[in-house]
Each structure stands twice: as C-alpha cells, then as structure tokens.
Design a protein. Structure first.
Length: 211
C-alpha cells in the first residue's frame, strides 16, 4: 500500500448520492450545493462550480480539467488523489478538507484560503501561491519545489518532510510551522517571518552548533 493510500484509508464514505466512472463536461453547477455526495474516478471537463458549496462531499481519484472553482466554499469535504489541471480557484476556500495525494498543474490558486484539514503528499510543484493562506493545515511531505510563496501564509502547519527546493518564501509568514526539512540555502527567504525557536531549527539545518 502506498504512503498516500495509507494516509487516507480510514476515511469513511457515508454519502447519500454516489457517482462512479462518470464524465461531466461543460455542466453549469454555478452556486450548486454539493452535500454528502460521492464521486469516484470521475472526470470533470470545463465544469462551472463558481460560488458552489460542498459539505461532506467525497471526491476520490477524480480529474478536474479547466474547472472553475471561483469563490467556491468547501467544508469537511475530501478530494483524495485527485488531479487539478488548468483550474481556476480564485478566492476559493477550503475548511477542514482533505486533499491527500492530490496534484495541481497550471492552476490559478490566488488568493486561495485554506483552514485546517489535511493536504499531505499534495504536489504543488511550481505553483503560484503568492498571497495564499494556509493556516493550521497538515501538509506532511507536500511538494513545494519551485513554488512562489511570496507574501503567502503557511502558519501553524505541519510541514514535516516538505520539499522546498527552489521555492520563493520571501516575506512568507511561516510562524508556528514545522520547518525541520527546510534548508535555507535551497530557497529564497528574504523577509520571511519566523519565531526565535524556528530560527534555531533553520540554523541547525545549516550545520550550526546552537548553544
């Protein structure tokens, strides 16, 4: 069993409405309320989810291609091992949601707001995360390689095992987050905000003997 599958295998699906192996193309779901629905191995092409709301919804191994999530709100929903390609998440909000193992390609993620939930093993390679906010999120082994996190908030997050190679963390608020995998020489850190305790962790990662 893969690490990603093991991380979310305990998630139960108590959905009232179940969809599997379906394709939704060009559907207008503007303002749709997606409550207690389950989608497995489904494909969404050019679907309009602007100002939609999900609560307790479950998407597993689904593909979202050029889907508009603008100003959508998601609470206690799961998007497990999903692929988001060319999607627009302008002003989207995720609260207490699980996106374990999901991947984002060429998506507009600004200004995304995430509160709580689990984004472990998520692939955000090269993502433009300027000004986005992640607070109190579990983000173990998230891939932030070459991500632009200028003025972003990654606060009180579990970032253990995160990949940071080439990321721009300039003026990023990292206070309260696990920075045990961060090597300062591999990222841009000008003006990044951290606590004194975190500074000691970063210094030790550089090989300093902090006494």
């Amino acid at each position: 069993m893969s690490r990603v599958a093991a991380a979310d295998q305990s998630d139960g699906v108590g959905a009232d409405e179940v969809h599997e192996d379906e394709t939704f193309s060009g559907d207008d779901w503007y303002g749709e309320e997606i409550v207690d629905r389950s989608y497995r191995n489904c494909t969404f092409w050019n679907v309009d989810l602007t100002e939609s709301m999900s609560r307790g919804a479950h998407f597993e191994e689904c593909t979202f291609h050029k889907v508009r999530f603008n100003a959508s709100r998601h609470t206690d929903s799961a998007f497990l091992r999903c692929v988001f390609r060319g999607c627009n998440l302008f002003e989207a909000e995720f609260t207490g949601c699980k996106l374990v193992g999901s991947t984002f390609y060429e998506c507009d993620l600004r200004p995304l707001t995430v509160s709580g939930g689990d984004w472990s093993f998520v692939n955000l390679t090269g993502a433009d995360l300027r000004g986005t906010q992640f607070r109190g999120v579990r983000m173990r082994e998230v891939d932030l390689t070459r991500a632009n996190c200028l003025r972003a908030v990654l606060a009180d997050a579990d970032l253990s095992g995160a990949r940071w190679d080439g990321a721009d963390l300039s003026e990023c608020d990292l206070r309260g987050s696990d920075l045990s995998s961060l090597v300062a020489t591999e990222v841009r850190l000008a003006g990044a905000i951290i606590t004194a305790d975190q500074a000691i962790v970063v210094a030790r990662n550089l090989g300093f003997d902090v006494r």
